[in-house]
Design a protein around this ligand. Structure first.
Ligand SMILES: Cc1ncc(COP(=O)(O)O)c(C=O)c1O
Length: 486
């Protein structure tokens, strides 16, 4: 029998005896090496440690303001309002932790609260039911299966160009981005895409394939990963009408927009859509745990999970007590602190500041967009209008957001890329960020813009040797990497 290895002890990680250097080396070695190597080259890979719920420190002691996390940290890092309750939960909870085969008080309470909250905005949902899971993409998979079970003879699903619904096979098939899809073809059959915001194009597509053949239309009320794209006012209500007219299931993917991020509890409802199914995830986990939910009308829920078919869709961890407790407390905090309203107020200030920067530096920012605390800066390409071959242009576009993210980082701001928009960087800070700190965050974005008054500056502010390493990284085949200074 071979001897067991000496394992890294959990206590050593907690007490930071397991050092930042060890973490970096091992995360590259055993994790997604290429991604971390690229981020490490840019100097944005961390590891970071928490100074406050909204501020991090890098390994050099620099203080950074957190405006990233892909809209999944409504209260910042480990806010005591959430962690205090979870500590109590760990000490006092007596309910089963994984109650797959039994009633759970935690799942019951969160399910009831989600439906009550949804019905307060959309009364037609008063009898809706919830299926819990552990990620956004899984919530979307559930939604697609609910829709298909309701319309089993319909073989098409429609999503929109620029959409992002996740990266498992079903959700990926409805995320029309060649970077994520191409190598995995053939995808789930029947996925169709229509231009976002264009009702006439959707009507034409429906006529072409026949509405009775369409199981569902899935839409983000605002496209997040697409770069914060807000559709025209008539778009969502128009989708609702088309779905009602033809009996097509309407799915609103609120994984990024829902529960306050865009200034409303449910962005679809705010825009006049009453969807049949709503998917939620990110903020429901409070930035602490993985919680996803698919909320469906009673009749739709029963079609997939009725009678002896009630095991037709299931998972091991969805509805577990730990994640339900996090979800329950998170929802409570969002409501108690009226964070959608706060998101609206801070977001309006942020957008105004971004618009002023765009006015000052029109050669840097092509556009700024935002609603609530989902803010986007779309940059001009770093290579200007140079006529370049397609592949080089693609690379230059990608480099634009990456270099902007690096420069923002140098100004002390952790920002997000947009997974389906190459020249857009997003700011999605915690909804409860103190106003003064939010002001400082925007001051730092000002500083970033002052240092990069045009998109070309993003390139010339990057040291040539780093540019060479980044180009080599982009051009070479994957190989074993070592951390940039290792
Ligand atoms: C609208 C939307 N749907 C689905 C997802 C996928 O969620 P997850 O990354 O938790 O699988 C995302 C993630 O960014 C999203 O923004």
């Amino acid at each position: 029998m071979s001897a067991l290895p000496t394992l890294i002890r959990a206590e050593d990680v907690l007490s930071e005896r397991f050092t930042a250097g060890q973490a970096r080396a091992m995360d590259l070695k055993y994790g997604n090496e290429e991604l971390l190597y690229g981020l490490d080259l840019l100097g944005v890979a961390g590891p970071f440690s928490r100074l406050s719920p909204w501020e991090l420190q890098d390994v050099n002691g620099e203080r950074l303001i957190m405006a990233a996390s892909y809209a999944a940290t409504p209260f910042g890092e480990m806010h005591p309002d959430l962690t205090g309750f979870m500590t109590e939960f760990m000490q006092k909870n007596r309910a089963m932790t994984l109650p797959q085969q039994s009633v759970s008080p935690w799942r019951a309470a969160l399910g009831a609260n989600l439906v009550a909250l949804l019905a307060s905005q959309l009364p037609s949902h008063k009898d809706s039911q919830v299926f819990f899971c552990s990620s956004g993409t899984e919530a979307v998979e559930g939604a697609l299966k609910f829709a298909k079970a309701s319309r089993p003879s319909a073989s098409y699903f429609i999503s929109f160009r620029g959409a992002y619904h996740g990266k498992t096979y079903g959700s990926l098939s409805l995320t029309p981005n060649p970077e994520y899809q191409d190598i995995f073809r053939p995808l789930v059959p029947g996925a169709l895409h229509s231009p976002y915001g264009d009702l006439e194009a959707l009507r034409t597509l429906l006529r072409r394939v026949g509405p009775k053949n369409v199981a569902a239309i899935i839409v983000e009320p605002i496209q997040g990963e697409g770069g914060v794209i807000i559709p025209p006012a008539e778009f969502l209500p128009g989708i609702g009408e088309l779905c009602r007219e033809h009996g097509i299931i309407c799915i609103a993917d609120e994984i990024q927009t829902g529960l306050g991020r865009t200034g409303h509890w449910f962005e679809s409802a705010a825009q006049g859509l009453d969807p049949d199914i709503i998917t939620l995830a990110k903020p429901l986990g409070g930035g602490l745990s993985a919680v996803g939910a698919t909320i469906a009308r009673h009749g739709i829920y029963k079609k997939m999970l009725g009678g002896l078919s009630s095991k037709r869709h299931s998972n091991t961890f969805g509805g577990g007590a730990l994640s339900m407790a996090v979800g329950l407390r998170s929802l409570e905090l969002l409501v108690e602190q009226n964070l959608p309203e706060r998101s609206r107020q801070l977001g309006a200030q942020g957008l105004e500041r971004l618009n002023r920067i765009k006015g000052r530096y029109p050669g840097l920012l092509q556009d700024v967009r935002g609603q609530g605390l989902l803010l986007a800066m779309q940059f001009h390409p770093v290579v200007g209008t140079l006529p370049l071959p397609g592949a080089v242009k693609e690379l230059a576009y990608e480099a634009t957001a990456i270099l902007a993210m690096r420069e923002l980082h140098r100004s002390g701001v952790i920002a997000n890329l947009s997974l389906s928009s190459k020249r857009t960087v997003r700011l999605s800070p915690a909804l409860n960020m103190p106003e003064e700190l939010f002001g400082e965050l925007m001051d730092r974005v000002d500083d970033f813009a002052d240092r990069n008054p045009s998109a070309g500056k993003l390139l010339t502010n990057t040291p040539p040797e780093l540019l060479a390493r980044l180009t080599a990284f982009a051009a070479t085949k994957p190989k074993k990497r070592t951390p940039s200074d290792g």
